[in-house]
Write a protein of this length. Structure first.
Length: 43
């Protein structure tokens, strides 16, 4: 139980980091950033 939650937090953080880098490199892809945030919250 705790292991799955920890894995979810780590993967969510990695996704946030990658999407943040992509967002700062290409700000016109704001819709992609929003979709990633929604997907992260739903996970």
């Amino acid at each position: 139980m705790l292991n799955g939650l920890w894995l979810n937090l780590v993967s969510g953080f990695i996704v946030m980091l990658i999407s943040g880098i992509l967002y700062y490199r290409k700000p016109e892809r704001k819709w992609l950033f929003i979709v990633l945030v929604i997907g992260m919250l739903a996970a």
